[in-house]
Design a protein around this ligand. Structure first.
Ligand code: AMP
Length: 282
């Protein structure tokens, strides 16, 4: 695997090897890699062959400075995993490389209501920051394929919209969420949980399953209330949302109608660690 730290050196390499990496898959990450990230690398390797990963902890998508400061960094381990998976290129830029004119941007992506619900509501400015960095990375790397995890469901929809708005020529692939045997979705933030908290955190997956089993049988409001009560009883300190939403628009759905394509989404705090997860409902 070749590691590039500057835009210039990466661009030069890509331009010199255009035939070789014509249909490259790109996997942007913030590092602290786990099997969830590696599933994206594996999907790209399998479907496209040539794979480029990036590790960049993007300051503009953190609305909570403490969360940014505490974001785990495990670079040596990350590089080993990427090497073992056969990733060809790792882009490891500094903040200055990504934002040579400073992190502030006056550019606004018109994400419409996608930005006002769920994560967008609880993390103001988050998705503008996500679009800013992914747009910049896509311009630098210019891949044919982009691999994202369904774990960040709303992020996938937002980036899909950004791609449509900007006219970038890249195909988006959503990779299913990788979970521990307990059902807990793998996340870099899980490193900040104690053993006991990790066990308690499995409640999110249980609540998603309960919603999945009862959708169409019980009123949506009751399912959401019950899940919130269960999360709090199981040790979560605060529940930001338990939502049942339209899969495309992510607008909340208040009443079930047969055939409707729904997704259940949860965000809740285990002490100071905010966890999110989701499940598409059959
Ligand atoms: P992050 O490093 O958290 O920005 O994540 C980088 C990419 O990995 C994003 O597209 C995430 O959705 C994806 N990802 C994170 N956790 C998982 C997981 N448990 N399963 C599948 N993909 C994941």
């Amino acid at each position: 695997m070749i590691i590039f730290k500057t835009v210039r050196s990466l661009r030069q390499y890509l331009e010199n090897n255009q035939g070789f990496q014509k249909n490259a898959g790109f996997v942007p990450t913030m590092g602290a890699l786990h099997s969830g990230h590696m599933a994206l690398i594996e999907a790209s390797k399998k479907e496209q062959g040539f794979t480029i990963a990036s590790i960049f902890v993007n300051p503009t998508q953190f609305n909570d400075p403490a969360d940014f400061a505490k974001y785990p960094v495990t670079l040596e381990n990350d590089i080993q995993q990427l090497e073992a998976a056969g990733c060809e290129v790792l882009f490891l830029p500094s903040v200055k490389e990504i934002y040579p004119d400073g992190v502030r941007s006056n550019f606004h992506y018109d994400l419409g209501d996608l930005e006002n619900v769920l994560e967008g509501f609880y993390r103001p400015g988050h998705f503008q920051g996500v679009c800013q960095v992914v747009h910049r990375l896509l311009e630098i790397v210019s891949p044919a394929h982009l691999y994202l995890g369904s774990k960040d469901y709303q992020q996938c929809k937002v980036i899909g919209k950004m791609i449509a708005l900007t006219g970038l020529k890249v195909q988006l692939h959503m990779v299913p969420t990788v979970r521990e045997e307990s059902g807990l979705a793998l996340s870099s933030r899980n490193m900040r949980l104690s053993k006991e908290e990790r066990e308690q955190a499995t409640s999110i997956f249980r609540q998603l399953r309960i919603i999945g089993e009862n959708i169409g049988k019980s009123p949506i409001a009751d399912l959401r209330e019950q899940a919130t009560r269960n999360l709090l009883a199981d040790g979560f300190r605060k529940v930001d949302y338990v939502a049942i939403a339209d899969r495309q628009t992510l607008q909340p759905v208040l009443q079930y109608t047969p055939g409707i394509q729904l997704v259940a989404l949860i965000a809740a705090f285990m002490n100071e660690v905010r966890l999110i997860d989701n499940m598409e409902l059959a």
